[in-house]
Write a protein that binds this ligand. Structure first.
Ligand code: NAP
Ligand code: ZN
Length: 352
């Protein structure tokens, strides 16, 4: 076992504090990764605070991991020591069900093994995430970071990037489509950049009027302040596709009414459920879908796409000691546009 420095929450009410966990020594198919950066996703906060139920404590969150391969299992063929690699929201799956065979491990019928707040396939061993010095991961769940990318700005691609890329691709968003992204946070700002890189016309729908200039600087063509009285009326039936990244409860019906005939809204944000009116869908034959992160193959495709189109996240790099402050700022929608932890601040490197 490898004693590993980390930050953990011990209950839904507690702050994140220094903690030591044990990582397994790399097995024949494992890679030990020295973590350089880890992004802070709102899903970390939902789970630390047990907003989805069933949280496992102590919890070491973090699933936007970038690091260096420092030890390699003897049967590993895909990786070598020194490779720059990434790990996202899951670290294992059954590999035998239809979803896994289709490369959509996130929908594994036997349950993916989440990077943190989950259990390994033995259904017992808890998983611990990226707010830590290192992590041991099966080689098939490791991603290759294309050369030359700024690593602190790549970390958020491991979740915010793939979670927005996957529905844009799956539902065939293409050049010229009229797209709205709801919520300009970690996922939202990646949604804007990726939809633009795919050639769509992109409007940001935000309840923070102060984000207008940033939205345009990130590449959006237009900005709608949803806190304005007539915002939903004026923009009715305007969009082909809406990507909803909002983390807090809001009225889906208002947003559905912004879709044109045959338009689709995809939920990626996971707040408390809201009320849904049938008429919001029936009128204009609209569709409502959801989407969960993305598979390993698609995540690699997304990284290569981002490298080719020079898409990276806008980040605020923090030392891990500022984690609790960062959480408070995320909850106030005051994040520009992803916090990323510089793991050197742990000052207890991976001990191999
Ligand atoms: P984030 O950085 O906090 O961004 C969420 C944004 O939602 C905020 O910046 C804000 O944007 C908007 N918002 C917040 N409160 C709102 C309210 N009361 N009304 C309207 N808009 C509000 O969070 P994130 O990391 O992007 O994650 C967003 C959501 O996606 C979370 O629920 C997270 O758990 C979920 N998620 C899902 C997946 C998946 O696979 N489906 C993956 C990762 C994360 P404005 O200030 O612009 O309004
Ligand atoms: Zn996430």
């Amino acid at each position: 076992m490898i004693p590993t420095a980390a930050y953990a929450a011990t209950s839904a009410q507690s702050l994140l504090e220094p903690h030591t966990i044990e990582r397994r020594d790399p097995g024949p198919h494992d890679v030990l990764i020295d973590i350089l950066y880890c992004g802070i996703c709102h899903s970390d906060i939902h789970q630390v605070r047990d907003e989805w139920g069933g949280s496992i404590y102590p919890m070491v969150p973090g699933h936007e991991i970038v690091g260096t391969a420092v030890k390699i299992g003897r049967h590993v063929t895909k990786w070598k020591i020194g490779d720059t690699v990434g790990v996202g929201y899951f670290v294992d799956s059954c590999k035998t069900c239809d979803a896994c065979k289709d490369g959509e491990e996130q929908y594994c019928e036997n349950g993916m093994v989440t990077t943190f707040n989950g259990r390994e396939r033995d259904k017992q061993t808890p998983t611990y995430g990226g707010y830590s010095a290192c992590i041991t991961v099966n080689e098939d769940y490791v991603l290759r970071i294309p050369a030359g990318m700024p690593l602190e700005r790549v970390a958020p691609l491991m979740c915010a990037g793939i979670t927005t890329y996957s529905p844009l691709r799956h539902f065939g968003v293409k050049a010229g489509d009229i797209v709205a992204v709801v919520g300009l946070g970690g996922l939202g700002h990646m949604g804007v950049k990726l939809a633009k890189a795919m050639g769509a016309k992109v409007t940001v729908l935000s309840h923070s009027p102060g984000k207008c200039a940033d939205a345009l600087a990130l590449g959006a063509d237009d900005f709608i302040d949803t806190s304005e009285k007539n915002a939903f009326k004026i923009n009715a039936a305007r969009f082909d596709f809406i990507l909803d990244t909002v983390s807090a409860k809001h009225d889906y019906n208002n947003y559905l009414n912004l879709l044109r005939r045959n338009g689709r809204m995809v939920l990626v944000g996971i707040p408390d459920p809201g009320r849904l009116s049938a008429a919001s869908l029936v009128m204009q034959r609209r569709s409502l879908s959801g989407s969960l992160i993305g598979g390993i193959h698609e995540a690699q495709e997304m990284l290569d796409f981002c490298s080719e189109h020079e898409v990276v996240s806008d980040v605020e790099v923090i030392p891990i000691q500022k984690i609790n402050e960062a959480y408070e700022r995320v909850l106030k929608s005051d994040v520009h546009y992803r916090f990323v932890i510089d793991m050197a601040s742990l000052k207890q490197p991976c001990s191999k």
